[in-house]
Write a protein of this length. Structure first.
Length: 78
């Protein structure tokens, strides 16, 4: 699995991360970001927040299905 894309969200100050699972296995991803995370969500490709994901400190954790392109929205704590 890898982070394939990182950019600012189109309509907010959040960061958009796209993770790709290349190996065909369900995985648990843990991503460390540069800022303390305020909130984080799974999102669709249009960057609409769908469901909250676990975040603690600078780490975000989520489950990723085989061959999934997972989109995360991450807001940094002020």
């Amino acid at each position: 699995m890898e982070v394939a894309w990182l950019k600012r969200a189109e309509d907010s100050e959040a960061w958009v991360l796209r993770l790709v699972e290349w190996h065909g296995v369900e995985s648990e991803a843990e991503v460390t970001v540069a800022c303390p995370v305020g909130r984080a969500w799974r999102a669709n490709l249009l960057e609409d927040a769908l469901e909250p994901v676990k975040a603690e400190g600078k780490k975000v954790r989520l489950s990723v299905r085989p061959h999934e392109i997972a989109t995360l929205l991450v807001e940094c704590r002020p």
